[in-house]
Structures are given as C-alpha cells and as structure tokens.
Design a protein around this ligand. Structure first.
Ligand code: NAD
Length: 340
C-alpha cells in the first residue's frame, strides 16, 4: 500500500490532536475526511484542516463521497463499539481511542469484527510510545532491576473532561476516562494480567456533581494484585488544578525505575528569594505530543506492512476488564476479582 488514506471520526478535544497529526505529521498518511455528529464542530475542523467539502456528520456520508483505508475513532466511549463494528464492516483499519468500550462484551465484539474483516485494530494507549515509558519497558526487558515487585502509575488531569465523561453510565467514570492509561501501564510494565482490584474513591473536588450523578468521583486510589504476585497502585485526581501529571515508578528486586515527570524541559531558575522555579506540563496535548505522533506513525506503518500493532484490542479489553472491576469495587466497597 502506498499511502494510507485516513478519516478522523470525532473532532473534539482529542480528535483534533489526531486529525492534525494525520494531516501534517505522519509520513505515508493522508487525512482525506473528518466526521463528527456535531455539524458546527466538523465544519470548523474541515476548515482548519484544509478539507472544506470533506466534513461529514456520519461515516456513511463520508464513504459515499470519498474513499479511505482507515479511521481514527475519537468519540465518547459509549460510541466506540458501534463505530468500530461499522468501520470494520466497511473493511477499514481502526485506531480507536481509549477506553476501548464500556464492557468486556463490547470489546469482544469489536475484536471479533476486526478479526473477521482482517483489519488492523490499534488502541490509543500513547504511553506505549512515550520515550521515558518505552525506555523503562526496555530496561525491564534487559533485566536492569530484576523482578517487578510493584508498579505505581498515576494520572492527575488539569480540568474536568466533557460532561459525558462524568457519568459512569456513558464513560465508566474517571478511572476509565483518566486512569485507563494507568490500568494499561501497570499491566504492561508488570508484564502480568490483573487478578484483583480494590478501590477507594470520593468526590472531593466537585461534590456538587453528586446532586445529579450520585456515583460521581474525582479522587481515587486503586490497589491491585497482578497474577505474577506484583502489586499495582493507581491514583487519579481530576481536576488536579496544578497541572497535568502522568508518571510511573517500577520497583524491582534490584532497583527502581522512574518514567515521566511533571516538569517540562526548559530552564530551571533558582534564586535566594524565589526558590526553584521551572516550567511544568499543564495539558496532556503537550506532555504526550511526541507520543501521539509516534502512535499514529506506528498505526500507519502497521497498516502498510500488514503487521500486528504494538498495542491492540487485547490490551484495550484488559484495561476495560480492570476498570469495570474497579468500579464494582468502589460501588460495593470490597476487593473484586478481575475477569480475564
Ligand atoms: N489518549 C488521550 O490522551 C486522550 C485524551 C483525551 C480524550 N481521549 C479519548 O478520546 C475520546 C473523545 O474524548 P474527547 O475529550 O475528545 O471528547 P469530546 O467530547 O471533546 O469530543 C468528542 C466528539 O465526538 C463527537 N461525537 C459524539 N458522538 C459521535 C458519533 N456517534 N459520531 C461522530 N461523532 C460523534 C462529538 O460531537 C464531539 O465533537 C474518548 O474516548 C476519550 O477518552 C483520549
């Protein structure tokens, strides 16, 4: 295959990160159309991307107007399963944003649909393409710190996500919307599947949201046991106000690895009266800018080569299984086994 023709579905916050990358920054990719259920959003996106006349409010209309090989799906979680099934039904390769879906059953349907259609399914866990995280995984593979005893992974987001993401019924809540990446990172870095999770969560930043969403939470701590015997610790806060904080620590039998830093590259200033002052990350778009591009490039390379992507449906499904168990743990106040 020469170039991969791509349609971006979803032109909201994360959708435009992908759309701009596929339009301008990914070799052998051509962004040829954008789709969003919101006509105003898609019109603005098409204008910015120089794709006037190629903005549509549904996938069928886009396919009727032009041809493409692949879609990147960046719509709310509850739409991922039907959109992936529809795309696979048209023989389109899929890069799907996390969380993969709301339930393990939906993930199984999505994996089955892509397998039957023989199309690529990549999940957008961009930490798998972020240099510090990739280097940590490489050092674990090299045996640099011995056996993994514990992985701590955290995400504290700067602002509340869109309204649909506050509702457990449409998003699986903060543990899915914000901490999906951590559920994947603990599994990836420990090299083991989840056995059990136990969660404490509370609405401390926006208790007012409980008036309409009684199960809403914005601060959470997860303790996990992996099948290898390693422990996982995940924490999340959203909104964290102080910036965008995404880090992991892996404690091994022979050392510790640190991946990620809230401090961004740049001059650090230290003065007698002002103390130490330096720049820090305030948004996921900037912290993972390089990783978003690398994951898009990997997707295009996998489609062109017909090879299996580094992170796929099985990984998305495992994170969903852990998140579903974690929410049950929160709601029932007990440790819950994770169905594999
Ligand atoms: N990987 C990351 O770092 C990252 C960051 C943010 C969001 N996300 C993920 O991206 C997805 C979208 O999140 P967001 O924050 O961009 O949401 P958003 O609400 O900003 O944007 C979603 C867009 O999808 C559109 N939409 C809704 N239903 C649709 C449908 N059926 N067909 C076409 N368009 C539809 C909406 O009109 C909206 O423009 C979620 O899965 C979220 O978890 C990932």
């Amino acid at each position: 295959m020469a170039n991969v023709r791509v349609c971006a579905i979803g032109t909201g916050r994360a959708g435009m990160v992908h759309a701009r990358n596929f339009r301008w920054h990914v070799p052998h990719a051509e962004l040829v159309a954008v789709v969003d259920a919101n006509a105003e959003s898609v019109a603005a996106a098409a204008l910015e991307l120089g794709l006037e006349g190629f903005g549509f409010t549904d996938l069928g209309s886009a396919l009727a107007a032009t041809s493409f090989d692949a879609v990147v799906i960046t719509t709310p979680t509850f739409t991922h399963a039907p959109l992936v099934r529809e795309a696979a039904g048209h023989g389109l390769h899929v890069l799907c944003e996390k969380p993969m879906a709301l339930s393990v059953a939906e993930c199984d349907e999505m994996i089955g649909a892509c397998e039957r259609a023989k199309v690529t399914l990549q999940l957008a866990f961009m930490r798998r393409f972020d240099p510090p995280f990739v280097q940590a995984r490489q050092q674990l593979d090299d045996g640099a710190i011995g056996e993994v005893l514990m992985v701590r992974s955290l995400t504290r987001g700067p602002g509340l996500p869109p309204a649909w993401a506050n509702d457990l019924r449409t998003s699986n809540g903060m543990l899915a919307e914000v901490n999906s990446h951590d559920f994947d990172a603990v599994r990836w870095l420990s090299g083991s599947e989840y056995a059990e999770v136990h969660v404490r969560a509370a609405a401390r930043k926006r208790p007012d949201l409980r008036a309409t969403l009684p199960d809403f939470y914005d601060v959470a701590v997860v303790s996990a046991v992996m099948r290898s015997g390693a422990f996982g610790i995940i924490d999340g806060v959203c909104p964290a106000d102080y910036g965008y904080d995404a880090r992991a620590e892996i404690v091994g039998s022979g050392g510790v690895l640190f991946a990620g830093d809230i401090r961004s590259p740049g001059a650090q200033r230290v003065t007698r009266d002002g103390g130490a002052v330096g720049p820090h990350f305030t948004a996921w778009r900037e912290r993972f800018a390089e990783a978003y591009r690398a994951e898009a490039m990997h997707f295009v390379e996998s489609v062109r080569a017909g090879s299996v992507p580094r992170v796929g449906g099985v990984d998305g499904r495992a994170a969903v299984a852990a998140v579903v168990a974690a929410n049950r743990s929160y709601l029932e106040g007990r440790a819950v086994a994770v169905d594999g």
